[in-house]
Design a protein. Structure first.
Length: 121
């Protein structure tokens, strides 16, 4: 985990509930990093250690909770996260914005089942 998560992020994961909380938090941190790295237009070409995920206090809005990612340069990327069944959704931007809303009802993830084809490949 030290190759991808900052010391502070590793500590958050270690302190999480060992049942479901650790896996959820580790995946959530990873997804937050990916969202911010996409905003930076570098993707995973840039080290995941160059951005750090945090969870600012704030109310959930329509199932979305606040997330923030700060780059080592000091730039912060505010965003939102939501657990949707077996999926985690994260979004980030250069400025604050209201939580996303689905374009269709019910959202496509409402009946989605994660695939595991990568396990057989």
């Amino acid at each position: 985990m030290g190759d991808y998560f900052t010391t502070k992020e590793q500590q958050l994961v270690a302190e999480a509930d060992p049942c479901d909380g650790r896996d959820l938090l580790a995946n959530l941190i990873w997804c937050g990093k990916e969202s911010a790295l996409k905003v930076l237009r570098t993707g995973l070409r840039r080290s995941t250690l160059s951005v750090e995920v945090s969870f600012p206090a704030g109310p959930r809005v329509d199932g979305w909770a606040p997330i923030s990612v700060r780059a080592i340069e000091g730039v912060a990327f505010p965003g939102w996260w939501q657990r949707f069944g077996s999926f985690l959704l994260t979004v980030a931007a250069t400025v604050g914005f209201p939580p996303p809303r689905p374009l269709v009802e019910p959202p496509g993830l409402a009946s989605a089942v994660p695939g595991r084809q990568w396990l057989t490949g």
